[in-house]
Design a protein. Structure first.
Length: 831
């Protein structure tokens, strides 16, 4: 276990350092004043303890800089650091009277990322991170990679011109917008270094804000950086917006006072889809601009700020960052090759360079592929470079597909927006393999570090989205550990909390019904995220309705954008339960969301003609409305109109081939095409979809892959027996899953195998208890069996009675298919 030496003034001990030491000692070996024998603190004792120290932590305060003992310890530690006998030196400011620019600090000490941290929990978290780094040394070339910067000359010039324009004053808020991974944060960091606002060793504190977060999250995340000693964090849900803006203003004054800068990765919280700031952030900027003209915010925004809204606002500078130009791509590619001493022929260099789309990360990814696969192999499969976004996910999943622990870790930590290493410790325990995997995730980019000194991490956005969508199973050991952690945390709650622990504990406490939605520790985003989990994963629509209505009791105190999110989930949940209150909520939204929500209600109420009308209206307004496209495909498949569904399904699949639901929809539309010649021409794409489903380890993908493989055997290979055997295998592996049984019926119907049809219907009815979702599929099965037995009158009666709410043309088409023996076509479609 690494040993940590705490160097501090005795005057700082009682109120601060001893609190840090006590928390660290529960997990690590710590040397502090208690480690010295009574009255025995001497240069010899200091040297003896330093000789067994791995990490030296210096608590910088006015008193410690005047302490002879502390200055001696610094000198001795520096000597050991230079000799590589000390692994880590971590200075941390704990006094508001000391800043990075204090003349008493030696120049070599300023090379560290000196920051004031005034909260005990924040200090503990950062020291723990340094201790871990002793065991988890990152690859030495990672730092060099992060420092590479090429091009953007025109944009840098705009930045410099605005920064030097003293007539307008220095902006306090600098925003770079553009596509994710285009290099927005790197651009701003490079610009600030270039104008000498901060040097290369300085690293701004980084926080992330999501679309479903608001001012309450901003307050907690800025407070958690540790620049402010104490604020009241309870009852923010019921605090007026104006008062919350004042709290945020007070926090940011502390940031400005100590000459710090906050970098924000904004994913729709600060800048709306319309290109405006949210009202509360706009108010905050106005207040701050009246207080100072020092740069305070560095924001990477996914949404472009519309400058004409703010052309008279000198405190704001916004710039759009496009893709790298062709010459810049080639230059960046050359720099990465040089970093790893890789030599390419001119032909190979030009080939790989020409495949770049202007994303800096894609260039780095290409070099990684060259190192991993070699030039000849990569030249044979350049698609990996072109599809680098999906390939990043694919490579990670393939690498760990057979490692249940790795997949389990990814699935568990994907539940959270961000995680502290302290929380990870509590969940993982002493499992060394899990720690090594987390280190691997960080080194390969599967994990992204956050915070002032990387004391938090989150799963890479693309990977997290993929893992959540495919619903990988979370190992029971992690679920049990989290449940126990929630119980312990709620029982021993402290206001000086670890933020990621606090947010995850409160959210899990809500889901487990251990705390009420009215709890004073809850903030709006926790309720929104809880609603999202309950809606998507637990299908607990009644709980979502309850939480949303409780949320809306405080609507007057909340930002309108986050109220929008709550009403959206409320409307969806009312629709799922066929409650016509959904229509009343829907009318509070503008088009095309209004049309989408009405269509969603009608689809769930099986009013398919009305649903089609609304989805078409939504797409007429916004043709790229992907959710409306997916819903329209589902309705067409439900109505067995595969011709109309096909093009939309193809478009959805091509836009996101990793989405198993889009893949399944496209596959089913293809196999429902009754032209055998046309179907044979689609053999390659059908196999591509099957392969993609089979490579996904989630249970849902497994079920889909079995059904797809069975349908392929039947339609393409024309092997009914093999198709049935595939379904039988699926039914053994997934005994309570209804969809393999429905596929079995579908195949038997096409083969006029009446006995297998009847058997499949009985098997299905034994699993389904009572659900309106299956009224139509079962009605079609019963009608098909009646028709096969020669009772066409009964068959048509069943369809007319059970499918009476279908559009007339759809019902007629289904009746025609009954006569052709191809009725149960939607049984394997998306549900």
């Amino acid at each position: 276990m690494p040993t940590c030496f705490l160097s501090h003034s005795s005057k700082d001990k009682a109120h601060f350092v001893s609190l840090v030491s006590d928390r660290l000692k529960s997990h690590f070996h710590v040397v502090d004043e208690k480690s010295f024998e009574e009255g025995e603190k001497s240069i010899d004792e200091i040297i003896k303890n330093l000789d067994r120290t791995d990490i030296f932590v210096l608590f910088i305060s006015n008193d410690s800089l005047e302490s002879t003992w502390v200055l001696t310890e610094i000198t001795e530690a520096k000597d050991r650091l230079d000799k590589h006998e000390l692994k880590k030196f971590y200075p941390i400011i704990i006094d508001t009277n000391v800043t990075y620019y204090d003349k008493r600090l030696p120049d070599w000490l300023r090379e560290y990322n000196l920051k004031p941290v005034l909260k005990v929990a924040a200090v503990v978290r950062r020291i723990e991170k340094k201790i871990r780094e002793v065991s988890w040394e990152q690859h030495p070339q990672l730092k060099a990679r992060k420092k590479i910067f090429i091009g953007r000359n025109e944009h840098i010039q705009k930045f410099e011109e605005r920064y030097a324009d003293y007539d307008q004053g220095t902006p306090i808020c600098f925003i770079a917008s553009g596509i994710k991974k285009i290099g927005r944060k790197s651009f701003l960091t490079h610009c600030f270094e270039k104008v000498s606002f901060f040097d290369e060793s300085y690293k701004p504190a980084l926080i992330e804000l999501q679309q479903d977060e608001s001012i309450e999250d901003f307050i907690l995340k800025i407070y958690d950086l540790g620049f402010t000693e104490h604020i009241e964090t309870r009852n923010l849900m019921k605090t007026p917006i104006e008062k919350k803006v004042n709290i945020a203003f007070s926090l940011m004054k502390d940031v400005q006072r100590i000459k710090e800068v906050v970098m924000i990765n904004d994913n729709g919280c600060l800048v709306t889809r319309e290109g405006r700031f949210t009202d509360w952030f706009d108010s905050l900027l106005t207040k701050l601009s009246q207080h100072t003209d020092r740069a305070t915010f560095i924001i990477a925004s996914r949404t472009t700020v519309k400058n004409f809204f703010y052309r008279t606002r000198g405190e704001i500078f916004s710039i759009f960052i496009p893709e790298l130009e062709q010459k810049e791509r080639a230059g960046l590619f050359r720099r990465y090759l040089d970093l790893y001493n890789l030599e390419l022929t001119r032909e190979d260099f030009n080939l790989f360079s020409s495949l770049q789309k202007g994303y800096p990360d894609q260039v780095a990814f290409t070099v990684d592929l060259i190192r991993e696969l070699g030039v000849p192999n990569l030249k044979r499969d350049t698609k990996k470079i072109v599809d680098y976004n999906s390939e990043l996910v694919n490579i990670t999943i393939q690498e760990y597909n057979e490692n249940k622990k790795a997949i389990g870790l990814l699935a568990f930590f994907s539940k959270f927006d961000f995680v502290s290493y302290k929380l990870a410790d509590d969940i993982i325990g002493k499992d060394e393999e899990s720690y090594l995997l987390l280190n691997e995730f960080t080194n390969t980019g599967a994990c992204v570090q956050m915070g002032v000194n990387g004391e938090f991490f989150r799963i890479n956005d693309m990977l997290r989205d993929y893992v959540q969508r495919t619903r990988y199973e979370i190992p029971s050991q992690f679920e049990k550990a989290m449940k126990q952690h929630v119980e312990n945390s709620l029982a021993n709650y402290e206001d000086d909390f670890d933020l990621s622990d606090h947010l995850s504990t409160i959210k899990e406490g809500l889901i487990q019904k251990k705390i009420a939605p009215s709890d004073s520790r809850i903030i709006p985003s926790i309720l929104i995220k809880t609603m999202r989990d309950l809606y998507h994963h637990s299908k607990a629509y009644g709980d979502v309705i309850s939480f949303a209505n409780k949320f809306l009791e405080n609507e007057q105190y909340l930002d309108r954008n986050i109220v929008y999110e709550a009403k959206f989930f409320l409307c969806l949940s009312y629709s799922r339960t066929r409650n016509d209150k959904a229509l009343k909520i829907a009318h509070q939204f503008p088009a095309p969301e209004l049309n989408f929500l009405k269509g969603f209600y009608y689809r769930n109420a099986e009013r398919y003609a009305d649903a089609l009308e609304q989805y078409k209206k939504a797409l007429a307004i916004t043709p790229s409305f992907s959710r409306a496209q997916r819903e329209l495909v589902n309705v067409y498949i439900k109505l067995e109109d595969y011709d109309l569904a096909l093009n939309l399904a193809k478009q959805g699949y091509n836009n996101n081939k990793k989405n198993i639901y889009l893949a399944q929809a496209y596959f089913n539309c293809l196999v429902r095409n009754l032209n055998p010649t046309h179907l044979a021409n689609k053999k390659e794409i059908l196999l591509e979809i099957i392969s993609s489903l089979e490579s996904n380890v989630s249970e849902k993908a497994k079920e889909m892959s079995y059904s797809a493989r069975a349908l392929y055997s039947f339609y393409i290979e024309q092997d009914y027996t093999r198709a049935l055997n595939t379904v039988a295998e699926a039914m053994i592996l997934l005994p309570h899953n209804i969809y393999p049984i429905m596929t079995k019926f579908d195949l038997a119907e096409k083969s006029s195998d009446l006995s297998t049809m009847e058997k499949a219907l009985k098997e299905l009815q034994s699993i389904i208890t009572s659900s309106s979702r299956f009224v139509a599929p079962i009605a079609k099965m019963e009608a098909s069996i009646a028709y096969k037995k020669g009772d066409s009158e009964l068959a048509l009666h069943i369809l007319s009675k059970k499918l009476g709410n279908y559009p007339a043309d759809s019902l007629e088409r289904i009746k025609r298919r009954l006569m052709n023996g191809t009725l149960s076509g939607d049984n394997v479609g998306p549900k």
